[in-house]
Design a protein around this ligand. Structure first.
Ligand code: CP
Length: 309
């Protein structure tokens, strides 16, 4: 594996398979009473978050701790960035303390790539603007694989605010690398510009019609409507969005009880996903959260533990 995880482009199908195999072992550790491995003893991992997070930040912190690394959390609001310090000065300052890995979330697309050029530490992209969220895609693939077996040839439907979704971009790359058939569904206003060329090149389908696609899904992933990234009106009303693209009670019945439902969280209950669907027996939402720790342990382990470990 390369020194950084900035994008799903940084891992090929074999490396994804190796990471997910390690995650399976890490998941076993997670289920033990004593959840501690010595693998990263003496290594230091900094979580630097300029955007809010519940799942990603805490699971990277737990992952580092369970691997015996020293972990420190820094948020934009509580750091000298709030006094005007630049991102470059911030990360170079932190790196000068002798850290081994920097896990960064930032609102600017491409920021993780830039940080990797400024520091010697391994950099993990924990979400950069609307660009990518590779660890989320890896944990989604792990979760689906645990439930469905190999994803080769399975039809995964990604639905929602695709324009603003870094989870969508990383998931398309990860799922297609694993041989899944992917259909991306969104209203025309939330379908990313340039998707026609990208879908042709990457080999995934697009649709504006959720009701036509849903009966053919082997798994469905609902993506959050990111109102904080929307400057204008992308849809007339929340109700109209839900009628066209929400996983409602009626659509849950169409899906049937055996089709897994994913959502990376945080969920807008009642908007893109009904409570009936979020809490259904086939919902993998909390499995994704649990897998997040195991997969992030695997990522830190592969980046920092070295070939001999
Ligand atoms: N899925 C995800 O990135 O969640 P958080 O924003 O809570 O980290």
């Amino acid at each position: 594996m390369r020194r950084h995880l900035l994008s799903v482009d940084d891992v090929d199908a074999d490396e994804i398979a190796a990471l997910l195999a390690t995650a399976t072992e890490m998941h076993d550790v997670q289920r033990r009473q004593v959840k501690k491995l010595p693998a990263l003893r003496g290594r230091t991992v900094i979580n630097l978050f300029f955007e809010d997070s519940t799942r990603t930040r805490s699971s990277f912190e737990i992952a580092g701790k369970w691997l015996s690394a020293d972990t420190v959390n820094i948020t934009g609001k509580g750091s000298s960035a709030s006094k005007g310090e630049s991102l470059r000065d911030t990360v170079r300052t932190i790196a000068a303390m002798g850290v081994d890995a920097l896990v960064i979330r930032h609102g600017a697309s491409g920021s993780a790539q830039q940080v990797a050029q400024w520091v010697d530490a391994s950099v993990v992209n924990a979400g950069d603007g609307t660009h990518e969220h590779p660890s989320q895609a890896l944990l989604d693939a792990y979760t689906l694989q645990q439930r469905m077996g190999p994803l080769e040839g399975r039809h995964v439907v990604l639905v929602g605010d695709l324009t603003h979704s870094r989870v969508f971009r990383s998931n398309v790359k990860c799922l297609t690398k694993l041989g899944a058939e992917v259909t991306a569904v969104a209203p025309p206003t939330l379908m990313p510009s340039g998707v026609e060329a990208w879908s042709r090149e990457a080999g995934f389908a697009t649709s504006y019609d959720l009701d036509e696609v849903l009966p053919k899904a082997d798994a469905v992933m609902m993506l959050r409507v990111q109102r904080e990234r929307m400057a204008g009106g992308y849809f007339p009303s929340a109700r109209e969005y839900t009628v066209g693209y929400g996983l409602t009670r009626d659509r849950l019945d169409v899906l049937g009880p055996d089709v897994p439902i994913c959502h990376p969280g945080p969920m807008n209950r009642g908007l893109e996903i009904a409570a009936d669907a979020a809490d259904a027996a086939q919902s993998l939402v909390l499995d994704q959260v649990s897998a997040g720790v195991a997969v992030r342990m695997a990522i830190l382990y592969h980046l920092l533990a070295g070939e001999d470990s």
